[in-house]
Design a protein around this ligand. Structure first.
Ligand code: 9UX
Length: 72
């Protein structure tokens, strides 16, 4: 069973930032669909909790130089 959640991403200022964040999240094993919105700063992520954790998602984003949290 997959989990769907929304992360709030900090530090995105251009379209390339969006691709960086999408790429980081999609590179985490167990992550499926990822949709990042520059205007809202939200990242919609589907993942298999047996393969990936929230911490894995946050680490992937933070390693690319952005912040990630469940709340604004
Ligand atoms: Mo755009 Mo984002 O040139 O870190 S990639 S600002």
């Amino acid at each position: 069973k997959k989990i769907s959640l929304t992360l709030f991403i900090g530090g995105m200022t251009c379209a390339a930032c969006v691709r960086h964040v999408e790429g980081a999240l999609k590179s985490v094993p167990g992550v499926g669909a990822v949709t990042v919105n520059l205007a809202t700063g939200k990242a919609a992520v589907e993942y298999d909790p047996m393969q990936a954790s929230l911490a894995d998602l946050k680490n992937a984003v933070e390693n690319m130089g952005y912040s990630a949290s469940l709340e604004v």
